[in-house]
Design a binder for this molecule. Structure first.
Ligand SMILES: [Zn+2]
Length: 233
């Protein structure tokens, strides 16, 4: 009797608060889920968290002294991964970022390599963009990660010091010039002797992560690792 009542209540609440899969639009989805099981199964996981010398780690060789690096998913145009990152960055859909962070956090928590992480640092957004967006998407992802991969987030450890022009249309050399000197460590004691996990939404050339990561290393962290939602190298 009770379960019948609960079932009616569930159906009733679904009528009032319809809930759809962000990927395919089906309503065959639990109230608290973001994607249906079919869409989750189709996400292109890299498994890089378990692969030594994976392409994200190789990207930083000779540039940034990292311990480990991973990206949860392969990025491609017109894909669900692109849609979710777009939702997070341009459609005020923080739920997309929490979801992606949880997926990444699940991978990290199962990986032997990332067990030694002490603290998570979201890559700071420049202040102009953060005001426009209302939040830093890397922090939202970090919050999603931390719900599964139980590590503290140090959001005020690193700051951006100057504005940079949008880097989308610049070539790699110009990007280096634009990014140089942009990051500063505001609270060195939160980093000192810690294994830091630097988190960003997507890795492409790696230039921004490189600049931020080198700033963190200079302030005396024990080790630096990188985790992003997607990779598009
Ligand atoms: Zn779906």
């Amino acid at each position: 009797m009770l379960s019948t009542l609960q079932s009616y209540l569930k159906d009733f609440s679904h009528l009032i608060f319809p809930h759809y899969c962000e990927g395919c639009g089906t309503d065959a989805i639990q109230q608290h889920d973001f994607l249906c099981m079919k869409c989750i199964a189709k996400l292109p996981e890299t498994n890089f968290e378990n692969i030594p010398n994976n392409p994200v780690e190789k990207l930083f060789y000779g540039r940034l002294n990292i311990q480990y690096a991973t990206a949860a998913f392969y990025f491609s145009k017109q894909s669900l991964v692109q849609h979710l990152i777009h939702q997070l960055k341009y459609k005020s859909n923080k739920e997309a970022g929490i979801f992606l962070g949880k997926m990444l956090g699940t991978q990290l928590s199962k990986s032997e390599k990332f067990k030694q992480i002490d603290t998570i640092i979201p890559l700071p957004l420049n202040i102009k963009k953060e005001i426009k967006r209302g939040y830093n998407q890397s922090l939202v992802i970090a919050e999603g990660i931390a719900t599964i991969f139980n590590k503290p987030i140090e959001n005020k450890a690193v700051v951006r010091t100057v504005f940079t022009e949008t880097q989308t249309h610049n070539n790699r050399i110009n990007r280096w010039k634009n990014i140089d000197g942009v990051f500063a460590v505001a609270n060195p004691h939160t980093i000192y002797d810690k294994h830091v996990l630097l988190v960003d939404d997507i890795v492409t050339t790696g230039a921004t992560i490189d600049a931020c990561g080198n700033t963190i290393i200079k302030s005396g962290c024990k080790a630096l690792s990188i985790a992003t939602v997607a990779c598009a190298m």
